[in-house]
Design a protein around this ligand. Structure first.
Ligand code: AMP
Length: 218
């Protein structure tokens, strides 16, 4: 099964992608995680991406597309994948289609997490992420057992710099500008399902399993 999770930052894509990938044994491809790893390791790509990420802007297509195509080649060897944070432009969506077609593959379903601004701000301002394994937490909604420490691997948790209010606003503006084009692209292919991103963890899982079941994937 090859899935894409679409939605604004803070829609819950990362958390649900993580949970569903574990449950269905799928490969999770998060372009944001890959980029952050490169920034941390100070690779050439990381150094170039950093200035865009700090401002809440998109990293140039050429860089992200190549990086994602490499990941797909790895994911295709597995049972399928969930893509979270990609595509973010129409050009990325088109390149993704072409890359998959070359592998005789295609996206099965795109889930669009429609989310209110109040939810987004509340989620992002409390979000904490593990520096080692990338697991997501929330100070109020999904706290780790020990403050500041990852339940899964014992890594240190941090608050993303781009989750500060000013950068959140910029990221939302960027998302709104290009979201409709991408949503229409997948809607026209008949593979788009929209669920509410405002649900809590349990409600969100239920909605997600509902659409996967309706489409005959589980
Ligand atoms: P995320 O963790 O998905 O919120 O991504 C964090 C940041 O990484 C974004 O604000 C962008 O600067 C960059 N980024 C992640 N995915 C992409 C993408 N598909 N295209 C361009 N920039 C991206």
């Amino acid at each position: 099964m090859r899935l894409i999770f679409l939605g604004p930052p803070g829609a819950g894509k990362g958390t649900h992608a993580q949970l569903l990938a574990e449950k269905l044994n799928l490969f999770r491809i998060s372009t944001g995680d890959i980029l952050r790893r490169n920034v941390k390791e100070e690779t050439a790509m990381g150094c170039e991406a950093k200035e865009y990420m700090e401002k809440g802007a998109l990293v140039p297509d050429e860089m992200v597309i190549q990086m994602t195509v490499n990941e797909i080649a790895r994911a295709e060897a597995n049972r399928g994948f969930i893509m979270d944070g990609f595509p973010r432009t129409l050009s990325q969506a088109q390149h993704l289609n072409e890359a998959l077609a070359k592998l005789d593959s295609r996206i099965d379903l795109v889930i669009n997490f429609e989310t209110s601004e109040a939810t987004i701000i509340e989620r992002l301002s409390g979000r904490m992420i593990c520096r080692s394994c990338g697991a997501n937490y929330h100070l109020k909604n999904l706290p780790p057992r020990r403050a500041g420490v990852c339940d899964k691997c014992g890594g240190r948790l941090f608050h993303r710099e781009d989750d500060e209010p000013e950068t959140i606003k910029e990221r939302l503006k960027v998302y709104e500008k290009i979201a409709t084009g991408i949503i229409n692209f997948y809607e026209e292919k008949g593979i788009l399902e929209t669920i509410s991103g405002d649900f809590g963890l349990e409600g969100g899982c239920e909605a997600l399993m509902g659409v996967l079941s309706k489409r005959g994937f589980i």
